[in-house]
Design a protein around this ligand. Structure first.
Ligand SMILES: Cc1cc2nc3c(=O)[nH]c(=O)nc-3n(C[C@H](O)[C@H](O)[C@H](O)COP(=O)(O)OP(=O)(O)OC[C@H]3O[C@@H](n4cnc5c(N)ncnc54)[C@H](O)[C@@H]3O)c2cc1C
Length: 507
């Protein structure tokens, strides 16, 4: 097989992250079938195709499932094509988890530096250099992107195409002028920020989670529309960098899917740092006033207008399925555009699977990666893993973070089952007090009959880590007494979980 470069790949890459020259190097590993006639233009070898190039598998998108699946299939001797239209590694690597958590770490450093005197440490003249914050974020995110891309390009039996994929039929996909065919197609196209049709939204320059990451200066007053995970993380982060921040939320409380006590504690954390919060915003709209942006928010209390300098729209995500020509393949989506899949991630069309955020079964990096594990186990290991084996778990990365697993108290109550509840505020957790980070609470719910843990929330320092000992007992389907009798290390947040379980009461 000749190792040559493809014209379409190079053309589309010119608008990507890397320069054309370096890209020629990167494409040395790309494989093109021998039967395609090709010509040489200067030093670039060009493939021309009017018929399909055949593969065993085509993977669309390089999010958290696609690359692992591509490597696994290719390592097993399958001929694999991977198609990516923009940045390798997808949302988590480029515009989601990695860049945001890198910036959350910068914001934490700024916050602790400003609080240094509380700990008996003298500091003066603390300031935040947003250019360096962004440079650090770009470097860490860039390392991951390069690693994902490099691993795919180096992988034997794997051909990388850069461009937008569209279905031509149930077994054919086009990328620019290329047409690829395979019996197995895996869709891992992810999701993007929703731009809501709010009055005046097209009259103002708004930011999304993607464009805000390119900001290398301090917005004077950032208005965040949306009081859920993305909005809360960015809101606290920019407040800690030094911006004035107002979060506008349509429902009556922040992170409204959480229990009311958790929502209230999140609000207290943010307000203690000077974030303005406007809930019950019934009619949100925008207009320009000089250089400022005016957000109209008909809240039950407070001024009807908020005047800021920048607006972040953080009201949800929509799947990238509207520009895939799925109808040509017959793949069924729901009314929000999520691809319908069964418990083993098969779509309505035999030979096509959907993994990650685009199937609506999860909205996290770990759920997308687990989708890869499920598909690989079913196809390659004769192991019938299922999505329904997965227990809901996620983090909300404000500081202190929220670690969440399983059901909320509201869901348990609604289910009508007999249940037990344990709860402890973080002011009663020695480690939190010692660290001077005692805001938040932890709570746990247990089924009164089976003694199995139903769910938990730890909003507090280290909560995202500590919650895993609860999650693992849930996966083990062990009774709560296993963890209640475990001897945890002192002083940790986790050491209070057995104590809390010793105090559970009927709800
Ligand atoms: C601000 C923010 C913070 C987040 N923080 C966390 C967190 O802390 N923890 C967590 O677990 N999750 C977090 N998430 C969610 C997480 O990023 C996603 O759930 C995760 O990236 C899974 O995505 P995926 O595998 O479905 O696809 P994605 O990572 O979205 O990748 C999809 C890829 O497909 C490509 N693509 C799309 N359409 C086409 C096409 N037609 N042709 C070719 N390529 C195409 C895209 O360019 C993209 O590279 C966060 C998200 C955001 C927005």
């Amino acid at each position: 097989m000749p190792k040559i470069s493809c014209q379409k790949q190079q053309e589309s890459y010119a608008v990507g992250t890397y320069g054309r020259g370096s890209e020629r190097e990167r494409y040395r590993g790309a494989t093109v079938r021998e039967s395609v006639p090709f010509a040489v233009l200067g030093s670039v070898t060009v493939a021309w195709s009017s018929m399909s190039t055949s593969y065993d598998a085509i993977i669309i998108g390089t999010g958290q499932a696609g690359p692992s699946l591509a490597r696994r299939l290719a390592a097993g001797g399958k001929k694999v094509a991977v198609i990516e239209r923009k940045l390798f590694g997808g949302t988590c690597v480029n515009t989601g988890c990695i860049p945001t958590k890198t910036m959350v770490a910068s914001a934490y450093a700024a916050h602790m530096a400003k609080r240094a005197a509380d700990f008996g440490v003298d500091t003066s003249g603390v300031s935040v250099d947003m250019k360096r914050v962004k440079a650090r974020k770009d470097a860490i995110s860039g390392q991951s992107r390069v690693a994902v891309e490099g691993s795919l390009r180096k992988q034997e039996n794997c051909t990388v195409y850069q461009g937008h994929a569209r279905f031509e039929s149930a077994h054919e996909v086009s990328v620019g002028a290329e047409r690829l065919a395979a019996d197995q197609i895996f869709i891992n196209v992810g999701a993007r920020a929703v731009v809501p049709k709010l009055p005046g939204v097209d009259q103002v320059p708004y930011l999304t989670n993607t464009s805000l990451l390119d900001v290398d200066y301090l917005p004077k007053h950032l208005i965040v529309v949306g009081g859920s995970y993305v909005g809360l993380e960015f809101g606290q982060m920019f407040r800690r960098f030094g911006s004035e921040v107002t979060i506008i939320e349509m429902s009556s409380r922040l992170a409204h899917r959480e229990d009311e006590d958790v929502s209230t504690a999140i609000r207290e954390i943010l307000e203690s740092e000077g974030v303005h919060i406007r809930t019950d915003a019934e009619c949100i709209g925008f207009s320009k006033r000089g250089n400022d942006i005016v957000a109209k928010a008909d809240c039950k209390e407070g001024e009807p207008e908020i005047v800021g300098t920048h607006v972040l729209l953080a009201v949800g995500r929509q799947p990238n399925t509207d520009d895939l020509d799925l109808d040509k393949a017959g793949v069924v989506v729901d009314k929000r555009g999520f691809i319908q899949v069964d418990d083993q991630l098969r779509t309505s069309v035999a030979g096509i699977w959907a993994l990650g955020d685009c199937n609506g079964k999860g909205a996290f990096t770990h759920t997308s990666y687990n989708d890869y594990e499920i598909v690989a186990a079913n196809l390659l290991d004769n192991d019938p893993r299922r999505v329904s084996d997965r227990i809901l778990a996620y983090g909300l990365y404000i500081d202190p973070p929220l670690g969440r697993v399983g059901m909320t108290e509201a869901e348990v109550r609604k289910s009508g089952r007999r249940a037990l509840l344990g709860k402890r505020v973080m002011t009663r957790v020695a480690r939190a007090v010692e660290k001077g980070e005692s805001l938040g609470l932890m709570k746990i719910l247990v089924d009164a009959e089976t003694k199995e843990i139903l769910g938990a929330a730890i909003l507090g320092t280290g909560g995202d880590e500590a919650v895993h000992c609860i999650l693992d007992v849930m996966y083990a389907k062990a009774p709560y007494t296993v963890i209640q009798r475990a001897v945890h290390i002192h002083p940790t947040v986790s050491e209070l979980i057995p104590t809390m379980l010793g105090e559970i009461k009927a709800i």
